[in-house]
Design a protein around this ligand. Structure first.
Ligand SMILES: *Cc1c(COP(=O)(O)O)cnc(C)c1O
Length: 482
């Protein structure tokens, strides 16, 4: 499949559509003036069938969750039910104007209000905003809320945020963006928070500790109650990066465990499309004492029905135009009501079961540094293959030849040659077996013919790229004839 660009398919004078003389040219000339009209727009000149074939071929080169197994760790690439698309497209959701009066759009306001309640219930928190557009945006919103809280209670001197070295890059990036100094603590030998190190770092300058549970090694942090106690005794707040909620939904609520605020990734746990499929949504949920700082508006209810409440004088302000990525919230809402409470719990149980099954199928071929059991994902390592010259990157590339999307590699940073695998609950035992077979076959290849792996992929339109050149000598424009 060597597909030229649509511009290279262009043949002068060829067209897909013939327009009748409309007189529009002269009208536009009158309105805009001749000097503002272009007659030389360099669009490709192609027939309809050229266009259809070109984009159909391109789409076949794409890989998505609808084409195959996509075990990208930490990203929760589960199947996105198609019924959600139909529901989101219903005119009552899709044909509204965001400036409409509340009386004329009670349906969508009710949906948003109930979604806020669902998020409260699932997280064990007291108040919610649906505005943030991604997990990272939720983290930012929450730390702005924390900051506002410390301003209001007269503790502006709290200038430090503590994160473990296993944390997702968005945690320290968010803290730094909010003006905090970031202190990173080394994880314990069991891959969990080292409480002694945490205690050493906590002080009256600590604003917050950000933790992911289960953490990015796929391990449940078993000492959250003790950690929460320490953090609160130091006067600081405890934030939960909820990106890994797919492991614990309906089983464990971070709010009950002592966290003060958290985000959810609707585009991960709640099955809304991502990875090119749509914008994200990262609602945050907070405890009562933080509710008055949430972004405005929040969706509220009184005796007249549902309305948008802008009356939060301590609010940090809006963090998104209007009320967030509503279309995604509709899809996640549909997911929650179609599964129900028991269904959500089953999702998590099966996500954990699938990950452990896969872990047990590949642990003879690959090193798994942190334990023999995991939550919804596990982190293997290519250290056993490395002496043969085969790195995690090579294994990832070789998996493409077997028809699989590679797992996340080189994250978390604390595992050398990391291969982070998250199968999700939506995969069948046949898919899991096929993927395990491929990983085990690649481990064999690494022993007997390592160059087969290090030169992969062999069956893709574009082979191995020179990564250094791709980063340093970027060619960002292309013109016909190049
Ligand atoms: C995905 C992820 C994030 C960031 O979420 P985005 O929606 O991509 O901004 C943060 N932390 C963890 C652990 C994640 O997996």
């Amino acid at each position: 499949m060597n597909e030229p660009t649509i511009f290279e398919r262009s043949v002068s004078g060829r067209t897909g559509v013939y327009f009748q003389e409309s007189g529009l040219d002269s009208t536009m000339t009158q309105i805009l003036g001749e000097e503002n009209l272009r007659h030389d727009l360099p669009l490709p000149e192609v027939s309809q069938v050229d266009v259809i074939r070109h984009y159909t071929r391109l789409s076949a080169m794409n890989y998505g969750v609808d084409s195959g197994f996509y075990p990208l760790g930490s990203c929760t690439m589960k199947y996105n039910p198609k019924i959600h698309e139909e529901i989101a497209a219903m005119p009552g959701f899709s044909r509204l104007h965001p400036n409409q009066q509340a009386e004329s759009c009670q349906g969508i306001l009710r949906m948003l209000f109930e979604m806020q309640c669902f998020v409260q219930e699932i997280t064990g928190m007291d108040a919610v905003t649906l505005q943030p557009a991604a997990g990272a945006h939720g983290e930012l919103t929450a730390l702005m809320v924390f900051k506002r809280h410390f301003e209001r209670v007269g503790e502006r001197h709290r200038r430090i945020v503590i994160v473990p070295d296993s944390s997702h890059g968005t945690n320290p990036a968010t803290a730094a963006r909010c003006g905090y100094e970031v202190i990173q603590i080394t994880s314990g030998t069991d891959g969990r928070v080292d409480i002694a190190r945490l205690r050493e770092q906590l002080s009256d300058e600590t604003a917050a500790v950000m933790l992911t549970n289960p953490n990015t090694l796929g391990l449940f942090e078993t000492q959250i109650a003790e950690i929460a106690d320490l953090v609160h005794k130091a006067g600081a707040l405890l934030y939960c990066d909820g990106a890994n909620m797919n492991a614990i939904m309906g089983i464990h609520r971070p709010g009950d465990a002592g966290f003060d605020a958290m985000h959810l990734n609707l585009h991960k746990t709640f099955s809304t499309p991502h990875g090119g499929g749509g914008p994200g949504s990262g609602p945050i949920a907070v405890k009562d004492f933080l509710a008055s700082y949430l972004p405005v508006p929040v969706v509220a209810q009184n005796e007249d029905g549902y309305y948008l409440n802008y009356d939060l004088p301590d609010s940090i302000g809006a963090v998104h135009s209007f009320y967030g990525n509503i279309g995604m919230i509709v899809r996640a809402f549909a997911y929650i009501i179609s599964l129900g409470a028991n269904g959500l719990r089953e999702v998590s149980e099966n996500a954990v079961l699938n990950a452990n099954y896969l872990l047990s199928k590949v642990s003879d071929s690959y090193e798994v540094p942190y334990g023999t059991k995991c939550m919804h994902e596990f982190v293997a390592s290519a250290v056993r293959q490395k002496p043969r010259g085969v790195k995690a990157l090579d294994i990832a590339k070789r998996l493409i030849d077997f028809g699989f999307h590679p797992p996340t590699i080189y994250f978390p940073l604390i595992v050398p040659e990391a291969l982070m695998v998250e199968p999700t609950e939506t995969e069948s035992i046949e898919s899991l077996n096929a993927f395990a077979d491929a990983l085990n076959a690649i481990a064999k290849e690494a022993e007997v013919s390592p160059e087969m792996v290090t030169s992969a992929p062999h069956h893709t339109p574009v082979g191995r790229l020179n990564e250094a050149a791709a980063a340093r000598n970027m060619e960002l424009t292309w013109t016909v004839g190049d």
